[in-house]
Design a protein around this ligand. Structure first.
Ligand code: NAG
Ligand code: NAG
Ligand code: NAG
Length: 550
């Protein structure tokens, strides 16, 4: 992933004028007529034959005087239209302006000015926690530290027509914030084998996770309850699969469940983040991911958004998580409200991008719906971890799919690559051969809903997926004591590339079998001709078991 190499496309951002934008900037030298509303009349004058020699301005002055008013000049560029104002110090004047004007031979039309009610088209919601949703609209001065979504909503892109499914421990779809957008046709309960993914109360009061994720995506707006989802016009389904023993076949069923209804699969879970587990989808889960991108969403491919994992404090690395390092998934990591990598966030070469979540103490967490079963209120300010980042990304993908339903699963990855923004200068940014900055901490950068949707609108689909596989490279040498490093080179010839039909390099997938007494002491680095380095097998805090790294 870190070594993408494709020709540069130019993105033209389509800028449409916001509806409250002044359409015409008046550059007229005319004085703007003003006077107090209620004391002003607009008139249209008739140029009579008797006005020979005079001007319209003079006629306006004359009409005004006759009605006990004064002329404040022509209204804008409207020829013959004048604003007349009541003279303040003639309070006891018996003349009624409306009557005088109505009877005047040179007045074609007149109207007393009133106050027009016009609201700026800014997004306001009456959901009580909306003002606390800093990840949607940051009111702090830190520039750009939100997902920049309001401009997208103002253009009526809210995820309408798109369904996001939360694969998790259930979704409380009866909740006020979930019910209006709930999609029962996309839902299923694999733990109880029935169509209803309602979470079950548990001894640890813990099965709120899926409902919180669902709220981040599609919490209903303006219902005076809790918060607002990123894609509040989308529909949200739930697949309950994490509340009980999970098998490979259950995972496979989950990944393809109702895949012509569900467009985006939001998965905020993975293997243990203990810094020693190397695991991922097993054969059926793997096959289901691949089948999903081929057959799901009418062939455009299901979008699988996965969280990179919360094992940062154990030095866990998401390349050891087979869901995160699959080419079929959008791997999303977290940054805190200051745009920094939080202590729990993992790093890896397969990180595609990051979005907001909780940080250390004193930093805010994600505000979203919550289940209302057991001791909870249906609303929380405490959703945390990369678990909270992935659903925000899934919601942003829903916005993109409303703008362009025909984007393929690979288009989505490309657009993220193009539009994510680099901001944290402390991260380990490296520029790849195609000119994109990538960091193992932040992937290609911070997701920005405005940029994603605008790019989606004009995106040209990427060519068909082709792959090119090396022969098995065997290395019989042991790693020498000095320089403590073994380098394996694979030279790809131009002829071989031509034969494969490959034009651009999108993903590199490496499978290795290495025998070593301490797995955690081993580091595997992919080095590209451009000089880009990807740490695909990190030295590990806990990766010290004598298990061959696959
Ligand atoms: C939400 O409702 C309020 C009235 O309660 C209204 O003023 C506002 O425009 C609504 N917002 C949206 C985005 O529909
Ligand atoms: C955020 O969105 C607004 C439109 O609402 C756009 O004008 C602005 O450039 C965007 N900012 C960034 C940093 O992308
Ligand atoms: C790969 O190419 C380089 C430079 O052309 C050459 O030095 C090297 O021997 C080649 N390696 C293999 C394994 O063919």
């Amino acid at each position: 992933m870190a070594s993408s190499l494709f020709p540069l496309h130019v993105i033209v951002f389509v800028l449409t004028l916001p509806s409250a934008h002044p359409l015409l900037q008046l550059s007229s030298p005319l004085p703007a007529p003003t006077c107090e509303p209620g004391h002003s009349w607009a008139v249209q004058l008739r140029w009579g034959l008797e006005q020979e020699g005079g001007s319209l301005d003079e006629l306006a002055n004359q009409v005004a005087r006759e009605a006990g008013m004064e002329s404040h000049g022509q209204i804008g560029h409207l020829n013959g239209h004048y604003l007349l104002c009541r003279v303040q110090d003639e309070e006891g004047d018996p003349r009624v302006p409306g009557e005088v004007l109505g009877a005047h031979p040179n007045v074609l039309w007149h109207s007393q000015e009133g106050i027009l009610r016009r609201a700026k088209r800014a997004m306001t919601f009456n959901d009580p926690q909306y003002p606390s949703q800093w990840h949607l609209v940051s009111l702090r001065s830190v520039h750009g530290m939100d997902i920049n979504v309001t401009g997208v909503w103002e253009r009526d892109i809210t995820g309408a027509g798109v369904t996001v499914v939360v694969v998790d421990d259930g979704v409380q779809h009866t909740l006020e914030d979930i019910q209006p957008n709930y999609c029962p046709e996309g839902s299923y309960d694999l733990n109880s084998n029935d169509p209803d993914p309602m979470p079950h109360p548990d001894t640890r009061n813990d099965n709120h996770h899926g409902t919180r994720c669902a709220g981040e995506i599609a919490a209903a707006p303006n219902n005076s309850f809790c918060a607002v989802g990123v894609a509040y016009g989308s529909r949200v389904a739930g697949i309950r699969v994490l509340d009980g023993p999970l098998t490979d076949s259950m995972e496979a069923v989950a990944f393809n469940k109702h895949y012509q209804i569900n467009d985006v699969y939001s998965c905020s879970w993975g293997p243990d983040d203990d810094g020693r587990t190397v695991d991922g989808p097993h054969p059926l889960g793997k096959a289901a991911l691949q089948h999903g991108v081929i057959a799901g969403r009418k062939g455009f491919g299901s979008i699988f958004v996965v969280a990179s994992g919360n094992g940062g404090q154990y030095n866990d690395n998401c390349n050891y998580d087979g869901y995160a390092n699959s080419i079929y998934t959008v791997t999303v990591g977290a940054v805190d409200e200051n745009g920094r990598k939080p202590f729990y966030a993992e790093e890896c070469a397969s990180m595609l991008a990051v979005t907001f979540s909780s940080g250390g103490r004193h930093l805010r967490s994600i505000v979203t719906s919550d289940w209302s079963l057991q001791h909870a209120s249906g609303c929380t300010e405490g959703h945390t971890g990369t678990s909270a980042a992935a659903p925000l990304a899934a919601g942003m993908v829903a916005l993109m799919l409303q703008a362009r339903p025909c984007l393929s699963w690979r288009d989505i990855q490309h657009i993220i690559t193009y539009t994510a923004t680099r901001y944290d200068t402390e991260a380990d940014w490296e520029m790849n051969g195609a000119g994109f900055h990538h960091s193992h901490k932040h992937g290609f950068g911070l997701l920005n809903a405005w940029r994603l949707v605008n790019a989606a609108k004009v995106w040209e689909s990427v060519p068909f997926l082709v792959s090119y596989q090396s022969p098995i490279l065997k290395e019989l040498e042991t790693i020498p004591a000095y320089p403590n490093k073994l380098t394996l080179t694979w030279n790809v010839t131009a002829a071989a590339l031509r034969q494969s039909g490959m034009q651009t390099l999108e993903h590199v997938s490496v499978t290795v079998t290495i025998t070593h007494p301490r797995r955690g002491n081993l580091e595997i680095v992919l080095l590209c001709p451009s000089g880009m380095t990807s740490l695909i097998g990190a030295r590990g805090g806990g990766h010290e078991w004598a298990v061959p790294a696959q």
